[in-house]
Design a protein around this ligand. Structure first.
Ligand code: NAD
Ligand code: GLY
Length: 361
């Protein structure tokens, strides 16, 4: 088993990574004898919940099961969950467990952050995306029709338990979406890891156990370091913002498509291609780096162009809602080299225009 720690003083917490953890009571010792409720979706309820229920002796009426999908990450669904917690008289000594992908983790974390001014929650991520990214770091949110993740809170889990066996049932498209976030770590901060991925991508897509474990542990270690340094994504431009490589473009795609057609990881994939393209047009990276980024993303079976119907003006309008906008100025995460991302407003807007025009052509 790999264990890493998110070092946040008295809110530090472990990330456990190994196969078979859903069957191991020791991973959940942190719960002690506290009351617990579990949030999951219908897919996980069918595939993995029974094993966890057996491990934790969790009765059916302690499991809140909602439909799957990004549309559930909504204020309306959060309100229904507040109601369910209140109806069960769930008190502040309880722990909310989230079993699922980023949608369940973000939504459950958001509910935990607000319910009775904040209760503990424990993340059990079951998608590659959630195991390498969303379950770690305490960003919780619901979407707003005007923008992705616009209503949220920072609220750290008390532990993350990533069982690699759960990935075996993940649909291939969801696996590829998670690979996008894996590639992101290489592009933003680790050229050697990017090169390692170029060699091991096929093994990762085939869920080779050793390669998968190594990939997830590496990404979690990177994320844990970044979160420990800049927990709340300092508005002035802390290191955490770099995790948003590709997201300003990607969130525009997700909002444009109504959170239904494109998966988050797919939108981020195209967004990273666009960020690399813009960086190359600015002369900040050589064209071959942009080509390597595009090629690896394409090899992973991810989209490299935005959906039909998006326009330069449409992109700009949606990108104007980005949470990284400061003093009315759009800031982008761009590349100064392979593995060397920066957050900046100081770029020639003509390069962005050219990237957008080329992307939607
Ligand atoms: P998801 O949660 O929608 O899960 C994808 C689909 O896979 C769902 O249908 C789910 O039911 C199914 N599924 C999950 N695990 C499964 C398994 N083991 N076997 C079979 N099916 C399974 O999608 P996601 O890609 O995990 O998460 C995307 C969300 O994460 C987005 O809302 C994004 O904004 C958010 N996110 C948050 C952070 C953060 O730091 N909080 C970081 C990255 C992404
Ligand atoms: N996924 C971006 C972050 O956690 O900051």
């Amino acid at each position: 088993m790999t264990q890493c720690t998110v070092q946040l003083g008295d809110r530090a917490y472990p990330i456990e990574i190994a196969a078979g953890l859903l069957g191991q009571t020791a991973c959940f010792d942190v719960l002690a004898d506290r009351p617990r409720l579990l949030l999951t979706d219908q897919n996980l309820a069918r595939l993995h919940l029974p094993r966890l229920q057996a491990t934790l002796s969790l009765p059916d009426d302690s499991c809140l099961i909602i439909p799957p999908g990004e549309l559930q990450k909504s204020w309306d669904q959060a309100e229904r969950l507040f109601d369910a917690l209140l109806a069960r008289r769930f008190a502040r000594d309880g722990v909310l467990l989230t079993l699922g992908g980023g949608v369940i983790g973000d939504l459950g974390g958001f509910v935990a952050a607000l319910y009775q001014r904040g209760i503990d929650f424990l993340q059990i991520p079951t998608t590659l995306l959630a195991q390498v990214d969303s379950s770690v770091g305490g960003k919780t949110a619901v979407n707003h029709p005007r923008g992705k993740n616009m209503i949220g809170a920072f609220h750290q889990p008390i532990a993350v338990v990533a069982d690699l066996d759960t990935l075996k049932t993940l649909p291939p498209r969801e696996l590829r979406a998670g690979v996008a976030e894996v590639i992101k770590y290489g592009l933003l901060g680790d050229a050697a890891f990017f090169a390692w991925l170029e060699t091991h991508l096929d093994a990762l897509l085939a869920l080779d156990p050793a390669i998968t474990a190594q990939t997830i542990a590496h990404c979690c270690q990177m994320k844990a370091r970044i979160v420990a340094e800049d927990e709340r994504e300092a508005v002035g431009g802390g290191v955490r913002a770099l995790l948003n490589l590709g997201h300003t473009f990607g969130h525009a795609i997700e909002t444009f498509t109504g959170y239904t057609e494109w998966l988050h990881g797919e939108a981020v994939a195209t967004g990273m291609v666009m960020a690399a393209d813009c960086s190359a047009r600015l002369g900040w990276i050589t064209p071959d780096i942009a080509t390597r980024a595009r090629d690896l993303i394409a090899r992973a079976g991810l989209p490299v162009k935005p959906p039909a119907g998006m326009t330069v003006e449409g992109f700009k309008d949606l990108m104007g809602h980005d949470k990284k906008v400061a003093k009315g100025q759009l800031r982008l995460v761009l590349l100064r080299g392979l593995g060397a991302a920066v957050l900046t407003a100081d770029f020639d807007p003509a390069a962005l225009d050219a990237t957008l025009a080329a992307a939607v052509a």
